[in-house]
Design a protein around this ligand. Structure first.
Ligand SMILES: Cc1ncc(COP(=O)(O)O)c(C=O)c1O
Length: 334
């Protein structure tokens, strides 16, 4: 077309050109991505430019894989057994076989974390359907793959922690019964929930089940404190069995003994019940227990974080520091 400039050719890059010199300190990956294991590569890499996954892995182009996110605190992995159990359950639902025995996967995870050297970090572990082509058919993949990624910590912002979150209900439906326990790599509905919340000018969203009861957040469980002081959470029919929520329910028994809570319950929660709650909170690995101070425009607990969420957060932090039965030390070299 007249007047239109022809674009110059894109550069053809050699491996040498891609990897010459060091990763630029301005690169967003710099200082945040500590180490990665890949069964495709057959080892651990610490240069973020090498932390790649083949596009032909069905986990990439179809979301056909399962994963877990764990926290590393003071050089120890918190609740590793619970996360590995859930990874096994997800893999079973997805009919993906582990690429190697589970004890080997645990060793690889710990060795990758050791190579990353960080004492405070997030560990993500992925089991993919495998490489083999670009169709949706799992038969294309001979072998599942394992990826372990160690990155910088990702807690809530200090202001969310202090002042709490403003949250809405999303019309994106919660996961169907039977699929809620599959922690798979297709988080498109979850991503759209977050987008909807941010477009509405709030911090996050909660999905409802088919009967319009509260289910869960995009990557977090929900709990309320009723006006009579009960800590109540939705059933796991449409919500992932959170490792943090399960631990929170254990730790909350102490608050029942103390009299701060009157009891613990798992049952359906309507939006009307939640609007009248004295506290609402999100619970998840990276957030721990985080107050929700507004839900669909209704102020919760007078619009201020309440005492139960604060005590549960403190109890979780103490558990992460001191409960050796839930802490797996990382075999650092030094
Ligand atoms: C959909 C969903 N629900 C709940 C959770 C909270 O689970 P956990 O406490 O194990 O992080 C997560 C996070 O993994 C999640 O992705």
């Amino acid at each position: 077309m007249q007047g239109m400039k022809t674009r110059s050719h894109l550069p053809r890059l050699s491996a040498h050109e891609l990897f010459k010199g060091k990763l630029s300190p301005d690169d967003p990956r710099s200082g945040r991505y500590f180490s990665m294991y890949s069964s495709v590569l057959g080892g651990i890499v610490t240069d973020a430019r090498l932390m790649t996954i083949p596009l032909e892995d069905h986990m990439v182009h179809r979301g056909d894989g399962v994963f877990e996110t764990m926290e590393i605190h003071r050089g120890k992995v918190y609740q590793m057994a619970a996360h590995m159990d859930r990874l096994g359950r997800s893999a079973e639902i997805a009919a993906i076989e582990f690429p190697m025995p589970e004890n080997e996967i645990r060793d690889i995870l710990l060795e990758t974390a050791a190579a990353g050297e960080a004492r405070e970090a997030i560990c993500r572990i992925f089991i993919s359907r495998g490489t083999g082509g670009f169709s949706v058919d799992p038969r294309e993949c001979d072998q599942s793959h394992l990826y372990v990624m160690i990155t910088a910590p990702e807690g809530p912002t200090p202001s969310h922690q202090l002042r709490g979150m403003r949250v809405i209900t999303t019309e994106i439906p919660a996961r169907a019964e039977g699929m809620a326990q599959l922690k798979c790599c297709n988080y498109m509905p979850n991503a759209l929930m977050e987008r909807e919340a941010h477009l509405a000018g709030v911090d996050s969203a909660i999905a409802l089940d088919a009967n319009r009861f509260l289910a869960e957040g995009s990557n977090k469980n929900v709990a309320i404190v009723t006006p009579t002081g009960e800590l109540k959470t939705p059933t796991f029919r449409h919500a992932l069995q959170g490792t943090t929520l399960r631990r929170v329910m254990g730790l909350a028994e102490g608050l029942v003994e103390e009299g701060l809570l009157s009891g613990l319950k798992q049952a359906d929660i309507s939006r009307a019940e939640a609007y009248g709650a004295s506290e609402i909170m999100f619970v998840a690995t990276t957030l721990k227990a985080l107050p929700i101070i507004e839900f669909d425009g209704h102020p919760i607990g007078g619009g201020e974080p309440g005492p139960v969420v604060r005590r549960l957060r403190e109890a979780l932090e103490q558990d992460m520091r001191e409960n050796e039965s839930l802490l797996t030390p990382i075999p650092y070299q030094d």
